[in-house]
Ligand binder design. Structure first.
Ligand SMILES: O=P(O)(O)OC[C@H]1O[C@](O)(COP(=O)(O)O)[C@@H](O)[C@@H]1O
Length: 279
């Protein structure tokens, strides 16, 4: 692992990675309620928020849109990815190289590893090539560490998530992105299993402001060094507002409740989430 605290994708020891590779991984269905977000520029605009330390995208989006944002956004080049139409055992095509990502202006590399899949061996070997090439460019590597496959019935079990963070450390990732294992003790163990490597929590499907922020708060309290999130930010009507709150929870270690209060408009009717938080 590299000493990444000085990397542009880390702020005060933590990261907030805004992911927008869903058009490939899930398809346009993720944009049904926010059709304007089909235009990647709208999400790049969101990523100019100070809280966001990098934006994770696939090659075509990086080539087409990053040049307009390179002064304001750090690029995390997500090298592999597969569509939702793939019905086989979990696997992910390598869609661009580290060399090309560096040419496009990448500040970091992202790579999914499905440990436990029947394709684990090939994925580990692909990760080896990517990680060693990234070292030549001094680019930190973020592993989307997702144990998944026919032999794994529950991919968010505490032991599975601790194994996922440990695999990141063992294989030379600089940051491992994992699903929240359901409770703070399990997250704390997963962070411990990662040694000195940073662990960030994966966002997941959109939930209420309070549920989302309190899970982030619990993960950070447990030792997570931030968040890699997509839908819970850009599927919201006002992504800036949730980023303002995330900035407080992640970097200032405020509670979800305090962060929500500080971003609420005094003239506004209290939202369901604010009422929920106050209860
Ligand atoms: O494989 P899954 O669990 O469907 O989710 C994949 C998506 O989740 C992410 O890892 C994070 O995005 P979300 O916060 O929207 O879950 C994306 O990079 C990716 O497209």
């Amino acid at each position: 692992m590299l000493p990444i605290d000085d990397s542009p994708i880390v702020r005060d020891g933590k990261s907030l990675i805004l992911a927008m590779d869903h058009g490939l991984e899930h398809g346009p269905v993720d944009f049904e309620e926010v059709p304007e977000k089909l235009d990647p520029s709208t999400v790049f605009e969101t990523a100019t928020h100070d809280a966001v330390t990098a934006m994770a995208v696939q090659k075509g989006i990086a080539e087409g849109y990053y040049p307009s944002y390179e002064d304001d956004v750090n690029l995390l080049a997500k090298l592999n990815g597969t569509s939702n139409m793939w019905m086989g055992e979990p696997d992910s095509a390598v869609n661009w190289s580290v060399d090309y990502a560096a040419e496009v202006g990448a500040d970091a590399i992202g790579f999914t590893v499905y440990s436990g899949s029947n394709h684990e061996v090939e994925m580990f070997e692909e990760f080896r090539d990517v990680q060693e090439k990234a070292r030549e460019y001094d680019l930190p590597v973020v592993m989307w560490s997702y144990p998944r496959g026919q032999g794994l019935k529950n991919d968010t079990k505490p032991g599975t998530i601790s194994y996922a963070t440990r695999i990141g450390l063992e294989l030379g990732a600089d940051i491992a992105k994992v699903k929240y294992p359901g409770d703070p003790e399990a997250m704390a163990h997963a962070c411990k299993a990662a040694g000195d490597m940073n662990v960030v929590m994966s966002g997941g499907s959109k939930t209420s402001d309070y549920d989302f922020l309190s899970t982030v708060e619990a993960a950070v309290d447990a030792g997570a060094k931030g968040l890699a999130v997509g839908r819970n930010v850009w599927q919201r009507e006002d992504p800036t507002r949730i980023l303002d709150a995330l900035e407080k929870v992640i970097y200032e270690e405020e509670s979800a409740e305090a962060a929500l209060e500080s971003v609420s408009d005094e003239d506004e009717e209290p939202t369901d989430a604010a009422v929920e938080a106050a209860e």
